[in-house]
Design a protein around this ligand. Structure first.
Ligand SMILES: Cc1cc2nc3c(=O)[nH]c(=O)nc-3n(C[C@H](O)[C@H](O)[C@H](O)COP(=O)(O)OP(=O)(O)OC[C@H]3O[C@@H](n4cnc5c(N)ncnc54)[C@H](O)[C@@H]3O)c2cc1C
Length: 445
């Protein structure tokens, strides 16, 4: 076999992709710009450096979606997961890792692999020929980002995320909230009822603004420039500009009639918009925020109808280079306009060390299969890896695409036979189903 896979970026995704492709018998060249060219977050020249927290989050593979992803990566002989377990630190139910020995071990394993060679230096252009995987992460170098932008169009490459909190639809109190699009706009009934609306009285609005202003906020990391742009201001910054600003912005009450109390005019309305095709997740429109996580939960539960909300993810704004994958990538993670280039990792719009490594695992296997003249179909959407890849390559709304962590809201809902199951039992049913499906997917290769 003479064809080689070139991988740009030796982070979580690139390291795993290199390992998987090489284990499948395909030669790999791994291109990494560090230590020659650094980023504001990386400190070392090692592969798979954990830039901030040293945790791979929950290791519960029975009742937690990220724990399930650990399990799947282990079942697929993932290098990142195997090495993380070898360098585990005590952390209760979380998989915390001794970061430097972990990264050094990943680096040593990759360098020792007979089919992997490493080339240090920045790649500044999206390659036109050969098999490539771009796994350059949230801090993709400027020159390469410009080249990606030239290929994808400015609107399909973001440099900051602006994440509004995402709520599990089933946890919204629909005896308070109602479905309606502003001014009943839309051709179909589905469009006319696309939003879920939560009404506020004047005292509720005033209390909400007070809580927003008082909430603990996070700062941008050192080296990140606070790049707020029009339309993406954090809600607390909007509230600081004036107590009425939100009521004339994302919380304006016009064009909406409370289905439960048509005679009452709401003083303000919080709107939630469907976030995935399954209709299991809704984002709070315009509520990107830099509030700390604990503060977010407390403040958002003040919204009538969300008192018992469960959050699939909380909001945030970070320096984060990512492409609009639902628009740009096919289900093989290839750029539709340039199929010799795959994308993997955080740059595809997944978020987190584990999710990024998992997407590297898939890209490496898919690229290797292609060189062997085969097509490796993605894992089924009932699995954690399958749910994630299905989300980023089509399940998510392209127009409002923002990075996503793995969570059970991305999975096809479980048919709750025998009545309503408790959440814990339901999560176990999700993970049992996923493990079966993932095992079959692996066995078919
Ligand atoms: C400040 C910050 C804090 C974060 N904190 C956390 C956290 O606590 N927990 C968490 O789960 N996630 C965190 N993340 C997200 C985290 O970066 C990702 O989860 C994960 O590292 C992404 O893996 P990746 O392989 O896609 O990118 P990375 O791990 O960043 O790897 C990308 C690699 O590509 C290299 N590279 C970039 N451009 C080029 C180029 N042109 N040529 C050659 N090489 C290039 C980089 O040097 C890097 O080694 C954080 C991100 C940032 C920016």
């Amino acid at each position: 076999m003479h064809e080689t896979i070139h991988i740009i970026g030796g982070g979580m995704a690139g390291s795993e992709a290199a390992w998987q492709a090489a284990q499948a018998g395909v030669p790999v060249v791994l291109h990494e710009m560090r230590p020659e060219v650094g980023t504001f977050a990386h400190r070392t020249g090692s592969f798979a450096e954990m830039v901030c927290s040293n945790s791979f989050r929950s290791d519960d593979d029975e009742r937690n979606a990220v724990g399930l992803l650990h399990w799947e990566m282990g079942a697929a002989n993932g290098l990142i997961m195997e090495t993380a377990r070898a360098h585990r630190l005590p952390a209760g139910g979380a998989l915390a890792v001794d970061r430097d020995p972990f990264a050094e071990a990943v680096t040593a394993r990759l360098k020792a692999h007979p089919l992997i060679s490493v080339e240090y230096g920045e790649i500044t252009e999206l390659p036109r020929e050969g098999h490539w995987i771009v796994a350059t992460g949230p801090l993709t170098s400027g020159a390469l980002a410009q080249s990606i932008r030239a290929e994808t169009g400015a609107e399909s490459l973001a440099f900051f995320d602006a994440i509004a909190p995402i709520v599990y639809a089933e946890s919204i109190d629909m005896s308070v909230a109602w479905r309606q699009s502003r001014y009943d706009k839309g051709e179909t009934e589905e469009e006319r009822t696309a939003y879920i609306n939560c009404p506020m009285t004047k005292p509720q609005y005033e209390a909400f603004i007070d809580a927003l202003l008082a909430a603990d906020k996070t700062e941008f990391h050192e080296g990140e420039t606070a790049g707020y742009f029009d339309g993406c201001l954090p809600i607390e910054v909007m509230a600081e500009r004036g107590r009425e600003t939100l009521r004339h912005g994302p919380m304006k009450p016009v064009g909406l009639t409370n289905a439960h109390r048509p005679e009452e005019k709401a003083y303000a309305v919080v709107q939630l918009r469907r976030d995935n095709q399954l209709g299991t997740l809704y984002n709070i429109v315009g509520f990107q925020t830099k509030m700390k996580y604990g503060a977010q939960t407390a403040v958002f539960k003040m919204i009538p109808g969300l008192e018992n909300a469960s959050f699939a993810r909380l909001g945030g704004i970070h320096r984060n280079t990512f492409i609009n994958s639902p628009r740009l990538l096919d289900n093989q993670m290839r750029l539709r306009s340039r199929p010799n280039v795959r994308f993997a990792g955080q740059v595809t719009g997944v978020e987190g060390y584990v999710e990024s490594a998992a997407m590297g695992l898939l890209a490496g296997r898919m690229a290797a299969a292609e060189i062997r003249g085969e097509t490796l179909l993605p894992p089924p959407p009932e699995t954690a890896m399958g749910a994630l890849i299905t989300h980023i390559t089509g399940g998510a709304e392209a127009k409002t695409f923002q990075p996503m962590n793995v969570n059970f809201g991305l999975f096809p809902p479980i048919d709750a036979k025998g009545g309503r199951r408790g959440r814990k039992d339901r999560y176990k049913a999700y993970t049992d189903r996923a493990k079966d499906a993932f095992t079959q997917w692996l066995a078919a290769q």
